[in-house]
Design a protein around this ligand. Structure first.
Ligand code: ADP
Ligand code: MN
Ligand code: MN
Ligand code: MN
Ligand code: MN
Length: 359
């Protein structure tokens, strides 16, 4: 695919020669963290030998004043490794290291949403929470307009694009395939992909994952998506409503189950959860993504942002109970409210807190 770009796209053929050079037993560890704007940042550290456990990874730091995560006069933010994954780019013993961010005074950084979520997951581990997130996103050219759309114009109306096959119906399959394989290589629990209703919009699913692993795997999958798309000269947008009007927005449907909902007669536990979620609708919306009001209009397969509702097989409500679960009398529910740019630690955290109580 030819990237429409004025910037230099890396010459991967030439790079390969260097990537095949012996690295003499040393390991490249790409430390990845979440910044103040829901983006990912990373930098590399050379380690003297391969790593087998997260405890072997040294703490590190970065200049938080350059990422709006700390003031200039006290700018060091610490990176604490919490998980690591095989690196699909450098391969071999090289790794990607997911980190929490910590301030110099020993408290979690303002944008470290993982810390509280991990404590909630730990406290409620016996409940057996499983999550499955459906990450929707849009691919943009370097001009900021959806990739493959006529410059400054629009493609034909929605209809042929969802799960589309064929020229003019689907865009950027190469990036999507590359990302899918990169996730599998890294051990991310990616469970599928599909082209979305709006052209140049796609979805991938991660899960089911237990507890804190949901946020960890989703964040690493987002890093991988940005990183893969960078090589193709294409931008990734997690905007909830990238194009106004009759074009679907992008969500992060969050599927949830527990020991109780999965057990015989689990529908009772799902009903009980609905009551609890309804009572805290406003608090959930507050952490379900910025700009979500443009998406949750009650149209384009969404519920209205001001009103909690749920139903079996209802794609126009806040929560959908899958038809099969209603039939089986047990299973999971789908919270359709979160926007594509929401933080999975905040989503899964508030769901656990709502269903089981706070710390
Ligand atoms: P949709 O029909 O809403 O598009 P998808 O197939 O895209 O559904 O996504 C379904 C998601 O539900 C997947 O991420 C999957 O991992 C998740 N899921 C399936 N079973 C469970 C369960 N018991 N608990 C939590 N999540 C589940
Ligand atoms: Mn420097
Ligand atoms: Mn889906
Ligand atoms: Mn979808
Ligand atoms: Mn869904």
């Amino acid at each position: 695919m030819a990237a429409e770009t004025s910037t230099v796209v890396s010459n991967t053929g030439n790079l390969l020669k260097y990537m095949n050079l012996d690295q003499r037993g040393r390991v490249q560890a790409e430390y990845v963290w979440i910044d103040a704007n829901g983006g990912t940042r990373s930098k590399t550290k050379t380690l003297s030998k391969p790593v087998t456990s997260v405890d072997e990874l040294p703490e590190w730091n970065f200049d938080g004043s350059s990422t709006s995560q700390a003031p200039g006069d006290n700018s060091d933010v610490y990176l604490r490794p919490v998980a690591f994954y095989p690196d699909p780019f450098r391969q071999g013993d090289n790794i990607l290291v997911l980190c929490e961010t910590w301030d110099a005074d020993g408290s979690p950084n303002k944008y470290n949403y993982r810390h509280d979520a991990a404590r909630l997951m730990e406290t409620n581990a016996h409940e057996g929470f499983w999550f499955g997130l459906e990450q929707e996103y849009t691919l943009l050219g370097t001009d900021g307009w959806p990739y493959g759309w006529p410059r400054g114009g629009f493609p034909g109306a929605q209809g042929p694009y969802y799960c589309g096959v064929g020229t003019g119906k689907v865009y950027c399959r190469d990036i999507v395939e590359a990302h899918y394989r990169a996730c599998l290589y890294a051990g991310i629990n990616i469970s599928g992909i599909n082209a979305e209703v709006m052209p140049s919009q796609w979805e991938y699913q991660v899960g089911p994952c237990e507890g804190i692993e949901m946020g960890d795997h989703l964040w690493m999958s987002r890093f991988l998506l940005h990183r893969v798309a960078e090589e193709f000269g294409v931008r990734i947008s997690f905007e909830p409503k990238p194009i106004k009007g009759e074009w679907n927005g992008a969500g992060l449907h969050s599927n949830v189950s527990t020991h109780a909902t999965r057990a015989e007669g689990g529908m009772k536990a799902i009903e009980a959860a609905m009551k609890k979620l309804e009572a805290r609708h406003v608090e959930h919306i507050a952490v379900y993504g910025e700009g979500n009001e443009e998406r949750l209009t009650g149209r384009h397969e969404t519920g209205n942002i001001d009103k909690f509702s749920y139903g079996v097989a209802d794609r126009g409500g806040s929560i959908r109970i899958p038809r099969q679960c209603a039939k089986d009398g047990k299973g999971y529910f789908e919270d359709r409210r979160p926007a594509s740019n929401a933080d999975p630690y905040q989503i899964t955290g508030i769901i656990v807190e709502t269903m089981c109580g706070g710390l």
